[in-house]
Design a protein around this ligand. Structure first.
Ligand code: OAD
Length: 241
C-alpha cells in the first residue's frame, strides 16, 4: 500500500491548539490570517512574536491526540508512506512519526531564523521569555523571526521537491486529507495527483471543503475519533496491507 496523508490545523485541534480559521482561532481579537504575514511582522514584530511565543508555549504543553497516533500506525503498516502537514507544531513527530516520513510544508514553529540571511536555530526545549526583547541576527543584525511560512511567501523548494519526488515515483492507493480547509491550490493539486486514476481519496473533516467534491469517501467527524477507527478498518479489510 502506497499512502499519502495530508493534515492541517484540525488534526491538532483536539490537542488544544486553536485552528486558524475557526471561531477559536482569534487571538486577542486579532485574526491569525492577518498576523501570519510579512506585513504584520514589518508593522509590529513584537506583537507577532508575542503571538508565536504564546503558541509555542501552548504546543509545548500539548500532547499528541489519537489522530496523530493513528497516522503513525498507518505509516508503520504502509509499504510507502509520506505525510505532508501544514501544521507547524511538532505533534506528529512527538507521536512517533519519523522525520523522513513527513514534510512540514509550512515550516516549524520552534525554528527561529533571520529575516535576511540563512542563520537559524531550533529552540524546542527552551521556555519563552514573555517580555522577550526582539532578537537580532548575530551574523547580519537583521530581526530574527519565526521559521514558518507566512501568507504570500514562497514554500521551501527542497520541501516541494520531496513531495514532488514522492508523487512522481508512483500514484498512491490511498490519500487521506484530514483537518484542513484546503485553501491552498498546492494541497488540492497534490491530493488529486497522488490518487491518480483509481486511488482512494478520503477526507476527514466535520465541515465541507473545496476538496470534498473530489473525495471518494467523506468522514464528517473530528479527526481524533475518525482516524483511529478508519486506520483500524483499513488495516483489517484492505488486501493491500
Ligand atoms: P484551518 O484553520 O484553515 O482549518 C482547519 C480545518 O480543520 C477546518 O476545515 C475545520 O473544519 C477542520 N477541523 C476543525 N476541527 C477538526 C477536528 N477535530 N478534526 C478534523 N478537522 C477539524 O487550518 P489549515 O487548513 O491547516 O498557513 O490552514 C492551512 C494554513 O493556513 C495553515 O498552515 C497556515 C494557515 O494560515 C500559513 O501560515 C501559511
Amino acid at each position: 500500500m502506497r499512502v499519502l496523508v495530508i493534515t492541517g490545523a484540525g488534526v491538532s485541534a483536539e490537542s488544544g491548539i486553536p485552528t486558524f480559521r475557526g471561531k477559536n482561532g482569534y487571538w486577542r481579537n486579532l485574526d491569525p490570517a492577518k498576523l501570519a504575514t510579512p506585513e504584520a511582522f514589518a508593522n509590529n514584530p513584537k506583537l507577532v512574536w508575542e503571538w508565536y511565543r504564546e503558541r509555542r508555549q501552548r504546543i509545548r504543553n500539548a500532547q499528541p491526540n489519537p489522530a496523530h497516533h493513528a497516522i503513525v500506525k498507518l505509516a508503520a503498516h504502509a509499504d510507502e508512506f509520506l505525510l505532508v502537514t501544514q501544521n507547524v507544531d511538532d505533534l506528529h513527530l512527538r507521536a512517533g512519526l519519523a522525520g523522513e516520513k513527513m514534510v512540514q510544508i509550512h515550516g516549524g514553529i520552534f525554528t527561529t531564523r533571520c529575516s535576511r540571511c540563512d542563520f537559524q536555530f531550533h529552540e524546542t526545549g527552551r521556555a519563552e521569555h514573555e517580555d522577550g526583547d526582539l532578537a537580532t541576527c548575530p551574523e547580519c543584525d537583521e530581526w530574527m523571526r519565526p521559521g514558518v511560512v507566512w501568507f504570500g511567501e514562497q514554500l521551501d523548494l527542497r520541501k516541494i521537491e520531496r513531495v514532488e519526488n514522492y508523487l512522481a515515483r508512483a500514484s498512491c492507493d490511498l490519500v487521506i486529507v484530514a483537518g484542513t480547509t484546503a485553501v491552498f491550490g498546492y494541497i488540492i493539486d497534490w491530493a488529486l495527483r497522488a490518487r491518480g486514476q483509481d486511488g482512494q481519496l478520503i477526507e476527514v473533516n466535520p465541515d465541507p471543503t473545496p476538496l470534498s467534491a473530489f473525495a471518494t469517501r467523506l468522514i464528517r467527524e473530528p479527526a481524533g475519533i475518525a482516524l483511529p477507527r478508519l486506520v483500524d478498518e483499513l488495516l483489517a479489510t484492505s488486501h493491500l496491507f
